[in-house]
Ligand binder design. Sequence first.
Ligand SMILES: [Zn+2]
Length: 270
Amino acid sequence: MTKIQSAVSVMLVLLLSVSCSSVPGGEGPSDAEINAQAAKAYAEVKAKSKISTNREYNEMVQRVAKRIAAASGEHFQWEYVVIESPEVNAWCMPGGKIAVYTGIMPVLKTEGALAAVLGHEVAHATRRHGRQQYARAMRENMLGLVVGAGVAIGGQLLCETQTCKLLAAAGGAAAGFAITFFDRKFSRADETEADKFGQVYMAKAGYDPTESVRLWERMGAAMKGKAPPEFLSTHPADETRRANLTAWLPQAERFYEQAPQKYGTGEAIR
Ligand SMILES: [Zn+2]
């Protein structure tokens, strides 16, 4: 079979399992179950990736991620990693597993912009976005199917991101979670909520929230014609997003005023 044929058969199996599974509603997986899958997938990503030794990047990601985590008020088992890769990307898996790719750093230009991105990604995790997708995938035993023969090849083609492809090739339970995680598409409402909470988190963490508006402008211009990172996914439209972030500024600025320590836009990123 060619790769495409394998991928098609994999998709058929997945589709069949979706349409045939008549699992009654039930409670779905708990936070603990989803977080356990995420932790496994995160460990796989770290094992398969080149971890950055750039001291400046590592120190900055550490301190920003810690401040955003604290500002979120969520008691996750937080972890942070900087991955050496040209990919312009950053994400936070359910349960607070954060990764920042070195490729995004020069595009961000400031520590404050990194806080805005991490605020957005962390908000997806704290607001439990994509939970229904994970719940459905786990209910339909996709993890089990993915472990099945040949699925790794299908996973390679089903995946959009490099990280996902890497994990799918590795196979195992982590791959099933990774496919759901990296290829999930959040709803417009989820994206808007992540923008809103993200802006509050960065302000509470002591970063000037106006940097969130400047970030989207900067990233939008820099990413023209390239594969956009998660937080620049097509919805909401750029103008809507900018208008929203600007409208929410007064609220975020109140949190910024109350922040025990203020860093402004933080250090510049070279
Ligand atoms: Zn997002």
